[in-house]
Design a binder for this molecule. Structure first.
Ligand code: EPU
Length: 417
């Protein structure tokens, strides 16, 4: 297993190119199941989670080819309707195949994902929606078994806006008979990206990006060629690094219109931010002010940036309250940051962060992707060396993160343990 070693104290300067968004690529690759013929996807990030979904799709009988950042998938030969425990266990976004399999093959057997490091993460809303669409949905031996001759459009209200739940049902409804309305739907840019792809395939999805999405079902979808949108969380992680290290980083190939929540908070922290068409320059020379943050569904501040922001607040002037409202257990980085000298007290779903003048390097590890990214950030400003273990969490969601940081001037390397 690899570990990453960071020597803190360098001010990061230069340009960094952002890759395709993991959380857009996952449902978009899965949407290939809805059509026969070859789909082509460009700007697909090279990540462990993407590898897992390709593996699952090929296990289901799709022909999957990878060529650098391009992936081609032809689900003409789709024959299996089961997503086994071993694949779903590795990556819970595998449940995204549920809706498309029922829509295309009339049945699906998908392992129920368990809880994970950041919370219980049930999929009850995916299942309720699917049964409202007319599927028979049963739980058997740890598997969801769903079947329907043809799904029928209906009105679905989500109790909570769920990102993958909205995606799952949007894909199922695309091939249903009649009109489906998804209310209190998630509004993330990744939802809009999936809707755009479905429409390119011949679906009729309206108003994705708002909380009411209307889908007029069609009987047939055709393959498409598309490019994956930029990863707003990767971009946000480098933006935080610029402020944290008093650096000057220009983030290239990003989509600033997706990043309002992050840009707004970093300006309040004191960053000097210039927004271009597809770029954002962040200068962090002004010191770091304390700012409170509450994670919220898009367009609020993303939970996937909470851990990174906490590192920034750990070395800010004063006190900050960080409230996590999306996942009930997303403070696993706190214990590790405290070992590096951060002054953080957790009370319920809030963390009270008292800025300290300096963090100190330590061996650390985390069991979640974004928590692991936050430990790299902490290492960048800590005195001495920080060793980040269990790097495979990072490889799930950040492509060559250590190489990108090294090019910006960080003293960082990956070594085999
Ligand atoms: N929820 C339910 N029932 C459901 C579905 C969700 O109670 O049936 C709850 C969840 O437990 C949570 C809230 O609703 O409290 C929102 O969860 P959501 O379903 O939106 O999360 P997700 O779709 O499982 C996606 C991202 C996550 C990201 C969240 C929130 C993908 C593949 N994953 O997860 O990304 O944190 O939305 O924005 O899109 C990451 O990339 O590190 C990551 C965890």
């Amino acid at each position: 297993m690899d570990k990453i070693i960071v020597e803190g104290g360098k001010s990061l300067k230069g340009k960094v190119k952002i890759g395709g968004a993991k959380n857009a690529a996952l449902p978009i690759l899965v949407s290939s199941l809805l059509a026969e013929g070859q789909n082509t996807y460009h700007n697909v990030p090279q990540l462990r989670d993407i590898e897992s979904i390709r593996h699952l799709l090929s296990d289901l009988g799709a022909k999957v080819e990878k060529d650098g950042h391009t992936t081609r998938i032809d689900a003409g030969g789709l024959c299996k309707s089961e997503a086994p425990y071993d694949l779903v266990r590795k990556m819970r976004a595998s449940v995204l195949v549920l809706g498309p399999l029922v829509a295309r093959l009339k049945r699906a057997r998908v392992s129920l994902p368990g809880g994970c490091a950041i919370g219980a993460r049930p999929i009850n809303l995916h299942l309720k929606g699917l049964s409202q669409l007319g599927a028979s949905v049963k739980l058997n031996h740890g598997y969801v078994e769903a079947s329907a001759d043809r799904l029928k459009g209906c009105d679905i209200y989500f109790d909570i806006p769920t990102v993958t739940g909205t995606e799952n049902l949007m894909m199922a409804a695309a091939l249903a008979e009649g009109v489906t309305t998804l209310r209190n739907a998630a509004r993330e840019p990744e939802i809009v990206a999936l809707a755009d792809v479905l429409n390119k395939m011949g679906a009729d999805v309206q108003d994705a990006g708002s909380s009411v999405i209307t889908i007029r079902g069609v009987s047939y979808l055709k393959p498409a060629e598309v490019s994956i949108i930029p990863d707003r969380i990767e971009a946000g992680t480098f933006m935080v690094a610029a402020v944290l290290t008093r650096g000057d980083i220009t983030i290239l190939n990003c989509e600033p219109s997706h990043m309002g929540g992050i840009i707004n908070k970093l300006k309040l922290v004191g960053a000097d931010i210039t927004v271009g068409d597809n770029s954002i320059r962040v200068i962090g020379e002004n010191g770091i002010e304390s700012v409170d943050v509450k994670t919220l569904p898009y367009p609020g501040f993303p939970t996937d940036m909470q851990a990174q922001f906490m590192v920034l607040m750990s070395v800010a002037k004063g006190l900050s309250i960080i409230s996590e409202t999306i996942f009930e257990n997303r403070f696993i980085h706190v214990g590790e940051l405290k070992r590096m000298g951060a002054d953080i007290t957790v009370s319920g779903n809030s963390a009270i962060v008292k800025g300290v003048p300096m963090l100190s390097g330590a061996p650390v590890m985390a069991t979640d992707l974004r928590a692991s990214a936050s430990l790299i950030l902490a290492g960048l400003v800590a005195r001495g060396a920080t060793e980040i273990h269990r790097v495979y969490h990072l490889d799930r969601g950040y492509e060559s993160i250590e190489k990108k940081f090294a090019r910006l001037g960080a003293a960082i390397k990956r070594v085999r343990e």
